[in-house]
Ligand binder design. Structure first.
Ligand code: SAH
Length: 379
C-alpha cells in the first residue's frame, strides 16, 4: 500500500463507522465525504488538476479558454454600465489558472482592472494555497470565501468552470412502483468494501424534485437529484436582484432531463469504481442544464443558453485567438495550439458534451454568445 492510500483507508474506516451508526448513507453524503473530508477528501488533500494528475480541465488545456471568458466578462461589464467597484467571483477556481488568464485580458481593459475585486469561492484548503501561489501577481485585490453568500455584495461578474459537477448528487431508483433513495452500505461479503443498496422511499418533497417526464418511468429506472442547485441559484438570484450581475457556468451534462446513472470516478485519468477507496478519485455527476435553467427563471433571473461549449468558444473568437497565439511560433507550437483549440471545441472532444449557461439580473441585455433560454412549452 502506498502513502497515498493510508489516509484513504482511514476515511473508509470512518465511513464504515458512520454507516454502522446511521445506516446506509445517501449517495450525496458519501460524495461529500469522499471529496471534502478535511484529512483524506479528494479536494481537501492535494492538487488533483492538470496533465500529470487525475484529470484535466479546459483552463489547464489552454490559456485561450480563460482569455475568451475574460473577453466575455469585459463585454458584460460594459453592458452593465461599467460599475466600479465590480465583484469578479469565481466558483471552484481549481489551480487559479483560469482566473490568471481572465486577469491577463482584464489588464488590457483599463477601467475594469481598476474596478474589479476578485473573490475565489473555494472549499479546499490545499487548493486555496495553490491558488494563492499562482495568483500572487494578480493586478486586482484577491479574497477567498467559503460560499457565494459570503462574497462581498455589489455588481457582479461570476464565472464557474466544472464547479457544478462536483456538487453532491442524490440518486433514486424506482422499485415496485415507488422511488427509493440509492444509498451506500457495506458489501454483504464482509470484505469491508462498499456497495449500493436501496434505502427509504423518497418523501413527497423529494419526489417533486424529479422532473415530471421522468416520474412515471418503469421499475429499475435511476434518476438523479441535485439538492445543491436550488440554494446556489437562489443565492445568485438574491445577489442579482440587489445589484446588476452576469454569471456564466460551464460544465458537462445534458440539457433535457434524462434518467440514468452519471456518477463517475476518475483517478489518474482512468474511470474507476465510484465506491472504491473514497478520497482517492474525483467523484462527479452530470449537470442537468434544463433543470438549472428552470430554477433560474423561477428565482427571477434572466437565463441564457444552454449552448454547447464548441460553438460558444468559436463565437467568442477561439480561432482568431489561436491564430494570434500561433503567430511567429515554430511548427510544433503551432500544431500544439491547433490541437488545444480542437480539444476545447471539437464535437467529439469537449465541444459538445460541455454546455454553457448564463444568468443575469432582470433588465440586462443578453450576454455575448448566448440566446435567451426558451422553456419548453413557453409561448
Ligand atoms: N474550475 C477549475 C477547477 C474545477 S475542479 C478548472 O476548471 O480547472 C472543482 C473545483 O471546485 C475545485 O477547486 C474544488 O475544490 C471546488 N469545489 C467543489 N465543490 C465546492 C464547494 N461546494 N464549495 C467551494 N468549492 C468547491
Amino acid at each position: 500500500m502506498t502513502d497515498d492510500f493510508r489516509p484513504a483507508e482511514m476515511l473508509a474506516e470512518r465511513l464504515r463507522a458512520r454507516i454502522a451508526s446511521e445506516g446506509p448513507l445517501p449517495v450525496s453524503a458519501f460524495m461529500m465525504e469522499a471529496l471534502f473530508d478535511p484529512v483524506a477528501g479528494f479536494y481537501a488533500t492535494k492538487d488533483p488538476l492538470g496533465a500529470h494528475n487525475d484529470f484535466i480541465t479546459a483552463p489547464e488545456i489552454s490559456q485561450m479558454f480563460g482569455e475568451l471568458l475574460g473577453l466575455w466578462a469585459v463585454e458584460c461589464w460594459s453592458q452593465m454600465g461599467s460599475p466600479d467597484p465590480v465583484q469578479l467571483i469565481e466558483l471552484g477556481p481549481g489551480t487559479g489558472r483560469m482566473m490568471s488568464d481572465v486577469l491577463r485580458v482584464l489588464r488590457a481593459a483599463p477601467g475594469l482592472v481598476d474596478a474589479a475585486e476578485a473573490t475565489l469561492v473555494e472549499a479546499s484548503p490545499a487548493l486555496k494555497m495553490v491558488q494563492g501561489r499562482n495568483l500572487s501577481g494578480a493586478p486586482v485585490p484577491l479574497r477567498w470565501a467559503p460560499r457565494l453568500e459570503a462574497a462581498r455584495p455589489g455588481p457582479t461578474l461570476l464565472l464557474a468552470n466544472e464547479f457544478l459537477d462536483c456538487l453532491p448528487v442524490r440518486q433514486a431508483i424506482r422499485h415496485d412502483g415507488a422511488w427509493r433513495e440509492r444509498c451506500v452500505a457495506l458489501h454483504p461479503d464482509e470484505s469491508g468494501r462498499f456497495a449500493f443498496v436501496l434505502g427509504a422511499p423518497l418523501s413527497a418533497a423529494d419526489l417533486a424534485l424529479i422532473a415530471p417526464p421522468l416520474r412515471d418511468l418503469p421499475d429499475g429506472t435511476l434518476v438523479e437529484l441535485r439538492p445543491s442547485d436550488a440554494p446556489l441559484i437562489n443565492a445568485l438570484a438574491e445577489r442579482f436582484a440587489a445589484h446588476p450581475g452576469y454569471a456564466l457556468f460551464i460544465d458537462y451534462g445534458a440539457v433535457e432531463p434524462e434518467s440514468g446513472d452519471t456518477l463517475q470516478a476518475i483517478r489518474k485519468h482512468e474511470k474507476v469504481d465510484p465506491l472504491d477507496a473514497p478520497g482517492t478519485a474525483d467523484l462527479t455527476a452530470w449537470v442537468a442544464f434544463g433543470a438549472l435553467a428552470r430554477e433560474g427563471l423561477k428565482a427571477g433571473m434572466q437565463v441564457f443558453g444552454p449552448v454547447e461549449q464548441g460553438p460558444f468558444l468559436k463565437g467568442l473568437g477561439l480561432d482568431v485567438r489561436a491564430g494570434l497565439l500561433a503567430q511567429g511560433q515554430d511548427e510544433a507550437s503551432r500544431a500544439r495550439i491547433e490541437r488545444q483549440a480542437a480539444r476545447l471545441a471539437g464535437p467529439g472532444e469537449m465541444g459538445a458534451l460541455f454546455k454553457v449557461i448564463a444568468f443575469a439580473s432582470p433588465g440586462l441585455p443578453a450576454p455575448p454568445g448566448l440566446d435567451r433560454f426558451e422553456a419548453p412549452g413557453a409561448a
